[in-house]
Design a protein around this ligand. Structure first.
Ligand SMILES: [Zn+2]
Length: 434
């Protein structure tokens, strides 16, 4: 290190010191034990997704790579392996069971142990302490992750039983998709229990207090990339915070960016980045809430990795974010429209935001003759080849996931841990029972 550099470093250290001191004062003002806790799960959001999202979001007009909310909040890592009988690669059910109960179980388990006995979840513990509880997700509300927080079932596939069991979950706020699992007789039972039922985003504004069951799609919410609207999950998250924070004993909220995983299973990078953006926006809503309410802890993690996503592929040292940013719709939607149109080549080029060359158009044309599914696959392959995106599987992979946190006791989540530790740490922060 030369003298000029040393001097510059010493001066900048002097300038930084007062900032550090005032940050410390803020920390001392905040309570050591949070009143409210928010756990946010990016389903399938392994580290490759948060890195990819950073480059996808990067402003090409500036020299530096801008930080994302994930970079800002990162504190540690977590292993995700399920109960040993299920090997090293978890599914969402076993991982959500670990995050909700602190106990490892088999793949498919919804907060039951390896002997299929119910496990006490953090939501049940919170309720026993007079706290309010809720979920806000982009999948159907009875999908594996939210189900592990609100129900107990031997199988994630028992969607109807899980929806039925939400009646006794005492959840104050249930927001997401899944109309098809809540037929009229079941909705009537929810209303009899005092729930307000809504089924359209425009109705959110009418709900200002009390319990709510909001189901905004038949199954999952529409893809962010097809909506050209990344605010759906943030809107649900904001409403959940507004309602739950009215409880004087505090609250526990689960927010899930559920569809990052679904796009990963589809090996669909354009759609995955849209879902990442929706989830990042929801995290920013919670980050704002934590700043305004220093008695609130937020913890963000993923349940596992999906797809074996790689940034760069086929021996190339490249990843083309410009190309990805130009894609206007999901490959599924582009394929659907191209099947219905005669002048499909122009429409496909328009939706992709780049011109497919002659060889590529021949491949797309052959796929189009085989139908929508084949065309969608061909479009995804084209996007992957052009953007240098790689995938190793249509399933999950077993690498560790990141942990992000802010608010009182955020330091507890620093460093290396297991997903069950996250639950145990959050449970240890609940108020003591009498
Ligand atoms: Zn999955």
């Amino acid at each position: 290190m030369n003298l000029t550099k040393t001097l510059t470093w010493a001066i900048s250290a002097l300038v930084v010191l007062p900032l550090v001191a005032s940050a410390n004062i803020d920390i001392h003002d905040a309570p050591s034990r949070p009143k409210n806790m928010i756990i946010m799960v990016g389903d399938g959001m392994g580290p490759a997704y948060t890195s990819a999202y950073r480059y996808y979001q990067n402003n090409p007009d500036t020299e530096e790579i801008e930080q994302t909310v994930f970079d800002r909040l990162l504190v540690g890592m977590a292993s995700t392996y399920p109960a040993r009988q299920s090997g090293f690669v978890t599914d969402s059910a076993a991982s959500a069971t670990a995050l909700a109960t602190g106990v490892k179980s088999y793949n498919g388990a919804i907060s039951v142990d390896i002997n299929k006995r119910p496990l006490t979840s953090i939501m049940q513990m919170a309720k026993a302490r007079g706290m309010a509880i809720g979920i806000a997700v982009t999948s159907q509300v009875n999908h594996a992750t939210p189900a592990a927080f609100l129900a107990h079932n031997e199988s994630r596939r028992n969607y109807d039983e899980i929806a039925q069991s939400y009646l006794t979950s005492e959840a104050d706020v249930i927001l997401g998709g899944g109309q098809k699992y809540f037929p009229a007789p079941l909705l009537a039972q929810f209303k009899a229990k005092g729930y307000q039922h809504i089924d359209d985003f425009s109705m959110l504004a009418q709900i200002n207090k009390g319990k709510v069951l909001g189901l905004f799609a038949d199954v999952q919410l529409p893809w962010v990339i097809d909506q050209q609207d990344s605010t759906q999950l943030s809107q649900l998250t904001q409403k959940a915070l507004d309602l739950l924070s009215q409880n004087e004993q505090g609250f526990v909220l689960l927010v899930e960016g559920s569809l990052i995983d679904w796009a990963g299973h589809n090996n669909d990078i354009a759609t995955a980045m849209g879902e990442m953006h929706g989830f990042a926006n929801a995290i920013e809503v919670v980050e704002q809430f934590v700043r305004a309410n220093p008695d609130t802890l937020m913890v963000v993690t993923a349940d596992h990795n999906t797809g074996g996503l790689s940034i760069g592929a086929n021996g190339e040292y490249a990843w083309d974010t410009n190309l990805l940013q130009g894609i206007q719709a999901s490959p599924a939607k582009i394929a659907e429209q191209a099947i219905a149109q005669d002048n499909w080549q122009a429409a496909v080029n328009q939706a992709l935001g780049f011109e497919a060359n002659e060889a590529e158009l021949i491949r797309l044309s052959n796929a189009r003759m085989q139908g929508k599914a084949a065309l969608e696959t061909s479009l995804k392959q084209l996007i992957d080849t052009r953007s240098y995106t790689g995938w190793t599987t249509t399933g999950h992979t077993g690498g560790d996931v990141q942990v992000f946190a802010a608010g009182p006791a955020a330091d507890l989540f620093k460093g290396n841990q297991d997903n069950t530790d996250i639950a145990e740490k959050m449970m240890s922060l609940l108020p003591k029972t009498q």
